[in-house]
Design a protein around this ligand. Structure first.
Ligand SMILES: Cc1cc2nc3c(=O)[nH]c(=O)nc-3n(C[C@H](O)[C@H](O)[C@H](O)COP(=O)(O)OP(=O)(O)OC[C@H]3O[C@@H](n4cnc5c(N)ncnc54)[C@H](O)[C@@H]3O)c2cc1C
Length: 406
């Protein structure tokens, strides 16, 4: 890397991807750096909440924030563009439109892409579940399907966190609709493989009495317009198939020499610096750390802050610091039926934990977009008003009903 003295007065930092990790890095860098954030989309998206679009508890506007406002308020420049290649050796990146931008240091925070593992028909007939647009489209299809007469079947491919939360939202809104059945298909031996079996048992228990079938050890081999085929040869009828599994590395990582093969995450040191280029840091889902780390939004936020510190150290010619993730318990919602707090092998279940999950969302959104100006304040008020209408009021009504019954 070039010594700090050879740099222009304001070192140029390019951040590619401006969602959890990239935005956090930008917000932790001061105006003494000429920071440019590149992202293909105009809005920050709260991906951990997109399942709530299925029931209508959240509206797209609740989960989105205008990226330009967030970046410019931090004193930086936002460019809405797809980055096609990062040439770290030459110190510049090129957008899909062919524009070139130079940098002294680059922070890559491009996240993950959906993956259908080559399953026949999955790209064509199953609906992806990765962002606000995807889940808004699913919400519309569900609403139409729920109004149709006769027996209707929804298949959720994947019994991981996203699949469980999708199931919960469908049950929240449609569990009293006659004839609407839901099947969850999971390749692993239990729901949410990797987390404690107690969560599997708790979810199954809450689904009793509802038209829900859970098929574990059932890999999907093909999806058609009306069926989902399993490795056993059996098929499940489906009027609507949701694809909630699989994530792979964006092509940009391999195209830019940050990963050795296509679909591979970019290897980084413990200080989040690329193993291939000294002037690049890779953070968030896109990074492969020396020790495996779950791909979670709160780690992405922490990595952004850590990388910003190391950008400053690298530009000042100082030693880098290792990233030290601090684990948090996980909150998993099953619609309004229950919410689970998972920490290692222990699970606490209570519908009232939904309020804690909502508080985490509200507080983090307010930290990302502090209500210091009229538009941010207006958006925060809208989010709170909608949360009160959709979540608090039904919860209070349920409590009142429960007390009366008791
Ligand atoms: C359905 C679902 C549910 C989830 N639930 C939870 C949860 O409950 N709790 C939790 O902690 N985490 C959850 N996660 C994971 C969490 O969302 C991710 O870990 C987090 O988004 C990673 O942040 P990131 O900044 O690395 O990537 P992302 O948030 O994916 O952001 C990547 C950004 O890079 C941009 N980008 C990508 N390529 C380019 C390019 N070539 N040019 C320009 N811009 C580009 C994208 O537009 C995007 O804005 C969930 C994820 C999904 C999909």
């Amino acid at each position: 890397m070039r010594p700090a003295r050879a740099l222009p007065s304001r070192p140029r930092v390019a951040i590619v991807g401006g969602n959890f990790a990239g935005l956090s890095a930008a917000q932790h860098l001061g105006r003494e750096y000429a920071v440019t954030v590149f992202d293909r989309s105009a809005t920050f998206e709260w991906l951990p909440g997109i399942h709530e679009l299925l029931s209508g508890v959240k509206r797209p506007a609740d989960l989105r924030l205008p990226r330009r406002r967030l970046v410019t308020r931090a004193g930086h420049r936002f460019i809405r563009a797809e980055v096609a290649k990062i040439d770290a050796a030459a110190g510049h990146l090129t957008t899909a439109a062919g524009r070139q931008f130079g940098f002294d240091l680059c922070v890559v925070a491009v996240g993950a892409m959906g993956e259908t593992f080559g399953v026949r028909g999955a790209d064509r007939y199953a609906l992806p579940f990765r962002n606000v647009d995807d889940c808004t489209a699913i919400g519309r299809r569900l609403s139409t399907l729920a109004r149709a007469p006769g027996k209707r079947s929804v298949v959720i491919v994947g019994g991981g966190l996203a699949g469980i939360e999708a199931l919960g939202e469908i049950l929240r809104r449609y569990r009293n609709r006659e004839g609407l059945g839901i099947t969850v298909v999971e390749a692993g031996a239990s729901l949410v493989p990797g987390l404690t079996a107690r969560l599997d048992a708790a979810v199954r228990a809450r689904c009793e009495g509802h038209d829900v079938r859970i098929l574990t050890r059932s890999a999907v081999t093909a999806v058609t317009r009306t069926r989902v085929r399993l490795r056993s040869g059996a098929t499940v009828r489906s009027d609507l198939t949701l694809w909630t599994v699989g994530a792979t590395a964006p092509a940009l990582l391999n195209a830019s020499g940050l990963a050795d093969k296509p679909r591979q995450w970019a290897p980084v040191t413990r200080a989040l610096r690329s193993k291939h280029f000294d002037n690049v840091f890779v953070i968030g889902d896109a990074a492969a750390l020396p020790r495996r780390l779950d791909k979670q939004a709160y780690y992405a936020l922490q990595m952004g802050a850590s990388a910003a510190g190391n950008v400053k150290r690298a530009l000042a010619g100082r030693a880098l610091r290792d990233f030290r993730p601090s684990a948090k318990p996980m909150l998993v919602a099953l619609g309004d039926l229950d919410t689970f707090l998972v920490s290692g092998r222990s699970v606490i279940a209570s519908p009232s934990l939904a309020a804690l999950k909502e508080a985490v969302f509200q507080v983090t959104m307010a930290e990302i977009d502090p209500p210091f100006n009229a538009s941010a304040l207006g958006q925060m008020t809208g989010r709170l008003r909608n949360a009160a209408r959709q979540l608090a009021v039904p919860t209070i009504r349920r409590l009142v009903r429960t007390q009366r019954l008791g």
